[in-house]
Design a protein around this ligand. Structure first.
Ligand code: ZN
Length: 285
């Protein structure tokens, strides 16, 4: 992947790194229900398990940057965001609409957001209240080590997935889904909406990949990286690894097979109208 061919976001990335308390845990127990309800996490961990207990381990790993060295991480994230701005602006424009790009906030350790305080333990997320994607790039190390192997295009998929949640917000899909969830008659039904929302964000990430594939010279190897990531973060795979068994009704992000399927649906077609994971034409463009 030649990500340096992609355009800068022109100031869309806020650098809040270095703000983490060195070696200190943070009081994540103070996070209200709001953030749990609102953050659309990429990493299918159960917030209850992250926030439960009095002594939550937090990741304090610094982002992989060195003072004095060119900041590759910032440049990379900036260009991936810039390319999502370009792709979605174009798609919205063709549909006679205007796309307002999100900001991307880099942090290390913990961060205050309009959705509440969060630690890097929750993984990358999007906060619709301030329309920002929050990313601690130590998550990339985590992907490398135990979530499918990482790689440039896999990291890009993470960012494009979170931007996909912003697109859902722009299209009013998030609101429609929240309404439907409030009327759900069971937790399983409410969770099924979360799964569809997450799978659509995967599909939107694929749509972005389709549109940058020639500019970024994507190869089969790049696509394999993203697919490996999607497979590694399916609810079934994570649950099997975490607790040794799978509880389908508690899924919030979809199975590995579903995540791969919807990413590839977006990637092959490049058309967000093919990302109707709800089967109800929510937010057609
Ligand atoms: Zn998500």
């Amino acid at each position: 992947m030649d990500w340096k061919n992609l355009p800068s976001s022109g100031g869309g990335v806020e650098d809040g790194r270095g703000g983490g308390l060195p070696g200190g845990g943070i009081a994540v127990g103070g996070i209200g229900g709001l953030i749990i309800a609102l953050i659309a996490m990429f990493f299918g961990i159960n917030p209850g398990s992250v926030l439960g207990g009095g002594n939550t381990p937090t990741t304090q790993t610094q982002a992989p940057t060195q003072s004095g060295a060119p900041d590759q991480t910032y440049d990379f994230v900036d260009r991936i965001l810039g390319s999502t701005n370009q792709v979605w602006s174009g798609i919205f424009q063709q549909a006679g609409r205007t796309y307002t790009p999100p900001k991307l906030h880099l942090y290390s350790g913990y961060v205050n957001t309009a959705c509440g305080q969060a630690s890097s333990a929750v993984g990358p997320f999007y906060c619709p209240l301030d329309q920002k994607v929050y990313l601690d790039t130590s998550f990339f190390n985590e992907m490398n080590q135990r979530l499918g192997g990482g790689g440039d295009f896999a990291y890009s998929y993470v960012i494009a997935h979170e931007v996909g949640h912003h697109v859902q917000n722009e299209l009013g899909i998030s609101d429609q889904v929240e309404r439907a969830q409030r009327q759900a008659r069971s937790e399983a039904e409410a969770n099924s909406y979360s799964v569809r929302l997450e799978l659509q964000a995967d599909c939107f990430a694929g749509v972005w990949g389709n549109h940058v594939s020639s500019l970024a010279n994507l190869t089969q190897q790049d696509v394999t990286e993203a697919v490996n990531t999607a497979a590694a973060i399916g609810d079934d795979t994570l649950q099997r690894a975490g607790q040794g068994y799978v509880v389908p009704d508690s899924f919030t992000h979809g199975t590995s097979a579903q995540r791969v399927h919807w990413f590839m649906t977006g990637f092959k077609s490049g058309n967000p109208n093919n990302c109707d994971t709800f089967g109800q034409n929510y937010g057609q463009l």
